[in-house]
Ligand binder design. Structure first.
Ligand code: PTT
Ligand code: SF4
Length: 613
């Protein structure tokens, strides 16, 4: 019997159609086998979701899930996974938000809140310890995420933890995300739109309980020591100055900065949107709860409003759309946060529209790097007007509508827009995007910094191994522990801390090998989820990056003339499948699923789609 220290052992099961919320004590095996966060989310969706449902139907299930460390006084521990079947990709979708909501949710007594059904009218779900209420949200519907959160704080107090959506989520923009604290946002594959489809404007958490650790004194002491250790890291001071923004210069130097819809990897105005320029105009620093290396760079945008900048926001709304003025980039970023639109997908679909306009494939004029028109295009996307309505469906669907071979330069994998790295000369990063568990995101394996060091040309097995190792650590372990991975990645905060934290929190001895096994279980169940959803529509082409990187070499920078080699990529993908224990179509074999204890997945895949001969 597993201890229920660390975990609260309870979820809140909510049915919006019936205005019902019931606390549920879950099996300890769930914690042992899936840990939390992403693990809980995929297990819930796998067990409860009927395959093939419309992601916007009331049957879709929305999960807010914490891990056993979330909310403890440990470095960067307060992250929340938000998940559902994605309306953008049709597969498993999730994202990760740093928020007081996770702290309050755990203090209220829950490791996860699982929401099904659709409210008849817009509501706010208020979870206050044991009580759950469904509050009328008619005065909030139509407001931006910032305005809604401010009003809710006035009503429920400054300590309340809140996640909410903006107009993008309300209007079912397929890459609308979930926003918190006026600048933290997560759920790239349209998790905000799923909230909107359920008429759920916000969830407010107010908790008065404690998180109980198995060894409270040791936990407190170790947490204090860990915070001190973070402060001693050599890169700490620079990190506090620039956070993720120094990646702009790094990407430019290494020819991977996405530029003009990923046609190039260098941008002539990179300096003007880079980390050092940002430092000159920075007015503050924000971040997630329990973090002593906060990385949200606050600047004043060209409209005079505050905007919180990260690398991805600036790469996608800057170089990728040819915009080289940081004040303007910050204004677009702020607008995206208010509407609750994912900045990565947004910059991607706008870059696509600009290229389509340049090629004369659409009637609308959307010039590269133009600010005013782009700002109003974002509003059109949020309200689904004209071209904005087409783009609100995401780049895969937009290219299908526009046709004329535009799918060759629609930059996505499995329907999720690629995040901020050009891969003309980065085969391992291309593999990472192509096999990431939610579609093209860098979150599972940000292998590119390693790849740049070891050499770009190779498609060898060492690259496949590195992608798998990172997918386990980042996509499996950090997403299920549900703590921020940046202390480890950016400051070299050692991975050895985490099994110790887990031991003092839960009382259990959980080794790194155990965590790797959990990671494989989680990632294989996610893969099974995709295959169950796509059925016979699944093929290995789902794990291939966009044609542009194979067909159109770059023309600028030190690596001009680069492109990926399709035959070598295919061989690398097959090697990846073999190492994962998947067949040549990328489907986990029965033996692999059974080894991971996923017997029901092995049976269900066999029975429901007859993919196994
Ligand atoms: C993440 C993705 C990223 S990754 C960025 S910037 W990055 C974009 N941020 C957005 C934003 O801001 N506003 C907006 N409207 N849309 C946005 N979409 C984009 O979302 C974020 C940090 C960052 S900043 C990163 S790398 C790390 N991501 C983590 C992760 O995924 N898991 C984990 N365990 N730890 C992480 N730590 C870091 O968190 P998604 P946040 Mg994020 C304004 O959402 O869907 O997961 O995609 O949550 O609290 O804002 O922290 O250069
Ligand atoms: Fe949040 Fe940045 Fe701290 Fe991570 S490092 S917890 S993203 S503020």
């Amino acid at each position: 019997m597993i201890s229920m220290f660390g975990w609260k052992g309870k979820t809140l099961q909510v049915n919006l159609g019936k205005s019902k919320a019931v606390a549920d004590r879950y099996e300890t095996s769930l914690a042992k086998n899936f840990l939390g966060g992403r693990g809980f989310a995929v297990k819930t969706l796998w067990d409860r979701l009927k395959p093939g449902i419309n992601a916007f139907s009331p049957e879709n299930i929305l999960v807010f899930a914490a891990g056993p460390l979330s909310g403890f006084a440990l470095p960067s521990s307060s992250k929340l996974v938000v998940a559902a079947k994605s309306p953008l990709t049709g597969g498993y979708g999730d994202g990760n938000v740093g928020t007081h909501a996770v702290v309050q949710m755990r203090k209220a007594g829950y490791d996860a809140v699982v929401v099904e059904g659709r409210a008849e009218k817009p509501v706010v779900l208020l979870v206050q310890d044991k009580n759950a209420e469904f509050l009328d949200a008619k005065d909030l519907w139509g407001l931006s995420s910032f305005e809604a959160e401010r009003k809710l704080k006035q009503l429920h107090g400054l300590a309340a933890g809140i996640v909410c959506i903006g107009q993008g989520g309300e209007n079912l923009v397929k890459f609308a995300n979930v926003v918190s604290q006026e600048g933290r946002a997560g759920g790239r594959p349209g998790i905000g739109a799923v909230m909107g489809s359920k008429n759920l404007k916000a969830v407010v958490f107010v908790g008065s309980g404690d998180l109980s650790a198995a060894h409270p004194k040791e936990m407190k002491d170790l947490g204090a020591e860990a915070y001190r250790d973070v402060l001693t890291k050599p890169n700490y001071a620079f990190w506090k100055r620039q956070g993720t923004m120094s990646t702009i210069e790094w990407s430019q130097e290494n020819s991977v900065l996405p530029t003009r819809n990923y046609s190039e990897g260098v941008f002539e105005k990179a300096e003007a949107i880079g980390g050092f320029f940002m430092e000159k105009v920075k007015v503050g620093n924000r971040g997630c709860p329990h973090c002593n290396m906060t990385c949200g760079n606050v600047v004043r945008d060209s409209n005079g409003k505050e905007s919180e900048l990260d690398y991805e926001n600036v790469a996608m709304l800057g170089s990728n759309i040819g915009l080289g003025d940081l004040g303007h980039v910050a204004a677009l970023n702020r607008t995206a946060d208010e509407f609750g639109l994912d900045t990565i997908s947004l910059g991607n679909v706008i870059g696509f529209a600009m290229e389509a306009s340049e090629k004369g494939l659409i009637n609308e004029k959307v010039p590269w790097g133009e600010f005013d028109q782009t700002e109003s295009l974002i509003e059109d996307i949020a309200y689904r007007r004209g071209l904005g309505d087409t783009l609100a469906e995401g780049v895969r669907s937009a290219s299908e509508r526009i046709g004329r071979n535009s799918n060759r330069w629609a930059m996505h994998v499995k329907g999720l827009e690629i995040s901020g790295y050009d891969c003309h000369a980065a085969p391992a990063m291309a593999l990472s995007f192509a096999t990431c568990s939610i579609g093209a995101h860098h979150k599972d394996a940000w292998v590119i910094s390693w790849e740049v060091k070891v050499g770009r040309e190779s498609y060898g097995e060492e690259k496949v191994d590195k992608v798998i190792e990172l997918q386990r650590t980042r996509g499996g372990i950090f997403e299920s522990l549900t703590v921020c991975r940046l202390p480890w990645i950016e400051l070299n905060f050692e991975l050895e801390w985490y099994p110790k934290f887990l031991h003092y929190a839960t009382g259990l001895e959980i080794t790194w090998d155990d965590l790797n096994l959990i990671a494989d279980r989680v990632l294989n169940l996610i893969r099974a989820f995709w295959i169950r959803e796509y059925g016979k529509g699944w093929s290995k082409e789902m794990d291939v990056p966009p044609a542009r990187w194979f067909e159109q070499p770059t023309t600028q920078g030190a690596l001009r003339g680069s492109k990926l080699d399709r035959a070598k990529y295919d061989a690398m993908l097959q090697s990846y499948y073999r190492r994962r224990g998947w067949d040549e179509r990328g489907i986990p074999t029965r033996a692999t699923l059974k080894k991971l204890g996923l017997n029901d997945a092995a049976e269900e895949l066999k029975n429901c789609v007859r993919l196994y001969e």
